[in-house]
Design a protein around this ligand. Structure first.
Ligand SMILES: [Zn+2]
Length: 323
């Protein structure tokens, strides 16, 4: 045990949140050894905060004036109210920059073990605000722990009958985390607070299996239709304007040949068919011959390119495809 003044300081420091006996001792000895001017600054800061800073008369947030800066801000949405446990939660929500409404600070959470019940919190003031102000939605932003759950449940039971829209923060999974490491309460709440991406239009379909079969049949029919459409038209013996002339010549030659033979319509059908095939064979041979001739002619000509004026690219080898 230390001298009574030192022990008194350690005891007082030990009552601060988050400060255990060892930390209290360490801080007390730091104060003892520190420059007295520095410590005066600290005591002045504590005295000033106690004299000037109080709580906003409307929302309960810390404020140096009777109403806080957020309650005085006319640009904030008066229809939205975010209910939080402590002033530090206001700072946390403000930091997200996603909320443009106003706040209500309860001053704690329901904790029967610590003797904190609804009557110790600023719930009476909250209900009074709901009847006075143009509030249409209430967001319950309690801490995600047992006390926060109890407070949110109590508030929703109390406020839902009033007819106001009440929502709760979706308890999310941490970004960058792994689903398998999430505890069951977090995962359960995240599942409960899931967001709908699409409402879907299949609710009126009674039989999913039949529905599936129908979809398959539709898909098959569509595929068949597509294939039928894609089937190529029978191609000409040879195509391309380059060969049109040759083809025409061959046809003329075949017609001339047929005329020379002196076919008559009175010929027997079998004879007629035989004549037809022979004429066809002859025409085909002539066509082949004409084609070979034209091909030989084309091979003599130099190859034409799309842009014949362009000089060949340096460093490129050009190959004659005819060889
Ligand atoms: Zn305020």
């Amino acid at each position: 045990m230390y001298e009574s003044a030192v022990q008194n300081l350690i005891d007082e420091l030990g009552r601060l949140p988050g400060v255990g006996p060892k930390s209290a001792q360490r801080i007390a000895f730091h104060i003892l050894n520190a420059d007295s001017n520095e410590m005066t600054k600290l005591t002045d800061a504590i005295a000033r905060v106690k004299q000037t800073v109080s709580f906003c008369q409307i929302c309960g947030n810390v404020s140096e004036t009777p109403t806080c800066a957020i309650c005085r801000d006319e640009s904030r949405d008066p229809s939205l109210l975010c209910v939080v446990e402590e002033s530090k939660d206001v700072v946390a929500v403000e930091r997200t920059r996603s909320f443009s409404g106003r706040y209500h600070v309860l001053g704690g959470s329901i904790n029967p073990l610590a003797g904190v019940g609804p009557e110790q919190l600023r719930i009476r003031e909250l209900v009074a605000r709901l009847s006075d102000e143009r509030i249409t939605e209430l967001i319950l932003a309690m801490d995600p722990n047992l006390e926060g759950e109890a407070t949110a449940t109590y508030l929703s039971r109390l406020l839902v009958p009033i007819g106001i829209r009440v929502s709760r923060l979706a308890s999310g999974l941490p970004v960058g985390g792994d689903l398998e490491y999430a505890d069951e309460i977090t995962l359960g709440r995240a599942l409960e607070g899931r967001r709908v991406i699409s409402e879907g239009n299949r609710a009126d379909q009674l039989d999913p299996a039949q529905d599936f079969e129908q979809a398959l049949a539709e898909e098959a029919a569509e595929k068949a239709e597509r294939e039928a459409a894609a089937e190529p038209a029978p191609r000409a013996r040879w195509s391309g304007s380059m060969f049109d002339e040759i083809d025409r010549d061959a046809q003329v030659a075949a017609a001339a040949f047929e005329a020379e033979e002196g076919e008559s319509p009175e010929q027997a059908p079998a004879e007629d068919a035989r004549e037809a095939t022979e004429a066809g064979r002859e025409a085909e041979a002539q066509r082949q011959e004409a084609y070979q001739e034209r091909l030989a002619e084309l091979k003599k000509e130099p190859l034409r390119t799309v842009a014949p004026d362009l000089p060949p690219l340096p460093g490129r080898t050009y190959v004659n495809p005819w060889e």
